[in-house]
Design a binder for this molecule. Sequence first.
Ligand code: F6P
Length: 345
Amino acid sequence: MKVGILTAGGDCPGLNAVIRATSRKLLNEGHEPIGLLRGYHGLAERNYLPLTRREVAGTIHLGGTILSTSSYNPFREPEGVEKVKAAVTEDGFDAIIALGGEHTMMITRRLHDEEGVPTIGVPKTIDNDVTGTDFTFGFNTAVQTAVFAIDRLHTTAQSHNRVMILEVMGRNTGWIALFAAIGGGADGVLIPEVDLTVEDLAESIKQRHAKGFNFSIIVVAEGAELAFRSGEKRQVLATEATDQYGYPRLGGIGAALGAELEKATGFETRVTVLGHVQRGGTPTAYDRVLATEYGIKAAELAMSGDHGRMAALRGTKVVSVPLSDVTGIKTVDLHYLDIARTFFG
Ligand code: F6P
């Protein structure tokens, strides 16, 4: 069997661990894994990298993707779908495994359902916002990076009696923020899923300081809105320009919130934006193991001819679900907010 593997959309830690696991499983069974460079662009333009044992050796700990990535969408490019279908037929691919987020899963489903391309999906993102799966690989690493940052902020916050704000990624969900807040022992969190006014947050910080704790750590998700008791709400954007998918480019809520909180509490406030540091670098051991399980499941789906499906984590097991299960974004489980709140105020 000849199986194509590609990585599309934003990168995340653990992609190489999936590529390595899928390749090794296929090679062990006598099949031929082929890397498709720069996402679906590599398939359309037939830009390949044979994934030999040597090629994938020593990659489990590497961040990024050895296959490069892009946001190429064959449905939006001139003759994109025709090129993809011709490459699959003429170059004899038995399956195409696509590693990507919600957007890539949608392309991968359409190629299967509408065009008969034998595709399989593997969900990836630091944001953990892909529906159909409990957790994506890359998320744990991003949270760990945020928690390391909070640990460092704690010591300096304490020394200077300051309010420290940490802005984290997560697009329109608060998964990273909430898990980082719990793991880092933060004193407040702002996420897109729940309205919390500046005044209420300031109140909670003042209560904490009145109890003799002279510093606070607040985690804010980039997609959270700045809300006020007056009912005014503001989404803060990094720029007016949209990203390659047409989504708003988030960023800057930390600074806006910092200025408002300083005004409302009178406490000196500083802001740290973690940015792409959360996306790069070495995956945690947990993400390497999870990514490896995802990769092996994808290889198994290819070998058994189960196309139109996505490897997914359900509880503690990696299973497979129809690609049609990926619908919209997965918002945060608010049970975690209840846990985080135990430690606020
Ligand atoms: O989806 C992953 C993510 O890192 C988001 O958390 C963030 O909003 C976005 O991608 C940043 O995208 P870019 O790398 O295009 O700036």
